[in-house]
Design a binder for this molecule. Structure first.
Ligand code: ADP
Ligand code: MG
Length: 259
């Protein structure tokens, strides 16, 4: 098992009563797999990703990557956030190579690594551009190249296309599948967009809200290589309906319970 989340529990102290953000989370991601977790806002998606990234500490339970317990951030986990997190004063190439420099990689090796991953994301010609000269989709491609440059065991993505317009988002989804195909990286992405999850992943964890728990695991029997045409197939629509139904039922229950 590559990434394993066991009995994970996260509670936040607040001025009023404590908030249970995540309760009894058990999940796993195998080497080379593309897995999504979907849930409404407030279902603890970002908290889950931050715990896996080592940016938060669990209240109980643990995260293991390749058998090793996570106690903090590490180069074995690459992270891409929704909001562009590039350094505005650094060129594209400097942004991509920044983490490698911190790791003490020589300049020569760094240059090769950066140019390889800029090629993977199709931005070789923009290596000397500044982030402000790029569109939103291009900025996210730089962020993906930066995360991949450290050659992490797993790429963690927190609603990476949430801020993009519909057309750019579709292009980026297709692009991400190509990157996955080419790099064979394991990917764990969280999103509230059900169609996005069905389009991208091989397996989906459906989350409940307040507290965030795993309601269902859905294994998608769809071809590994996909393009947007698949979205029109009945099987694709069925998966989408099934998961939206689960989330809808969950929202109704929360309302009845006064949540
Ligand atoms: P999502 O990403 O699915 O929208 P989050 O993980 O951001 O959900 O949040 C889950 C719950 O935990 C929410 O109720 C949120 O208010 C709460 N929460 C998240 N981070 C903190 C924090 N640092 N302090 C207190 N409450 C938090
Ligand atoms: Mg979030």
């Amino acid at each position: 098992m590559y990434l394993e989340v066991a009995q994970l529990h996260k509670q936040f102290k607040t001025r009023n009563s404590p908030i249970v953000a995540l309760k009894d989370i058990n999940l796993h991601i195998e080497e080379g797999e593309f897995v999504c977790a979907v849930g409404a806002s407030g279902s603890g998606k970002s908290t889950l990703l931050r715990l896996i990234a080592g940016l938060e500490t669990p209240t109980a339970g643990e995260v293991r990557v390749d058998g090793v317990r996570v106690t903090g951030p590490g180069a074995d986990r690459g992270m891409v956030f929704q909001n562009y997190t590039l350094y505005p004063w650094m060129t594209v190439a400097k942004n991509v190579g920044f983490g490698l420099k911190l790791q003490g990689m020589s300049e020569k090796e760094r240059r090769q690594r950066v140019s390889y991953y800029l090629d993977v994301v199709g931005l070789s010609q923009f290596s000397n551009a500044l982030p402000k000269e790029l569109s939103g989709g291009m900025k996210q491609r730089v962020a993906i190249a930066r995360a991949l440059a450290s050659q992490p065991k797993i790429l963690l993505m927190d609603e990476p296309f949430g801020a993009l317009d519909v057309q750019t988002k579709e292009t980026m989804q297709q692009f991400l599948l190509q990157v996955w195909e080419r790099t064979r990286t394991s990917i764990f992405m969280i999103t509230h967009d059900v169609e996005e999850a069905v389009f991208l992943s091989q397996r989906i964890y459906v989350l409940t809200s307040r507290p965030g728990t795993i309601l269902r695991e859905v294994v998608l029997d769809l071809p590994r290589q996909r393009d947007y045409h698949i979205k029109r197939q009945p099987k694709f629509q069925d998966y989408k309906e099934e998961i939206m139904g689960l989330l809808r039922g969950e929202a109704v229950e929360a309302m009845v319970a006064g949540g």
